[in-house]
Design a protein around this ligand. Sequence first.
Ligand SMILES: N=c1c2ncn([C@@H]3O[C@H](COP(=O)(O)OP(=O)(O)OP(=O)(O)O)[C@@H](O)[C@H]3O)c2ncn1[C@@H]1O[C@H](COP(=O)(O)O)[C@@H](O)[C@H]1O
Length: 109
Amino acid sequence: MSDILEQLAEVLAQRRQASPDSSYVASLHDKGLNKILEKVGEEATETIIAAKDVSDEASAKALLAETADLWFHCMVMLSHLGLSHEAVLAELGRRFGLSGLEEKAARNQ
Ligand SMILES: N=c1c2ncn([C@@H]3O[C@H](COP(=O)(O)OP(=O)(O)OP(=O)(O)O)[C@@H](O)[C@H]3O)c2ncn1[C@@H]1O[C@H](COP(=O)(O)O)[C@@H](O)[C@H]1O
C-alpha cells in the first residue's frame, strides 16, 4: 500500500508546478489551503454518511470509494503544506511499535 502512496505523492509533487487548467490537483493548489481543507471536510463527511449506510456489497464499495477520496485529499493537503505522507506512516509505525511492545510486556507478566 505504501508503494501506491509513494507513487501518488510523486504525482502530487509534480502537480505543484502544473497549470491549474491541466490538472485537478494543480487547480486545488492554485485555489489554496482553504479550498483543500474544504475538500478534506467534505470527503470526511461523505465517508461518515457512507459508513452509516453499509448494508450490502454496493454500499460497502461506496464507503471504500469515499475513504479513497478522503485519503487522497489528505495527501493533497500534506503536499500543499510541504509535509510527507511518510511522516504519517512513521507516526503510525511508532504507535504500532509501542502497542506491540506493551502487548508483549503484558503477555510476559
Ligand atoms: N486519486 C485521485 C482522485 N481521487 C479523487 N479525485 C477527484 O476528487 C474530486 C472529488 O470529488 P467531488 O465529487 O467532490 O468533485 P467535484 O464536485 O468535481 O469537486 P469540487 O468542484 O467540489 O472541487 C473529483 O473530481 C475526483 O476526480 C481524484 N483526482 C485525482 N487522483 C489522482 O491524482 C492524480 C493527479 O490527478 P490530476 O491532477 O487530475 O492530473 C491522478 O493520476 C490520480 O491518481
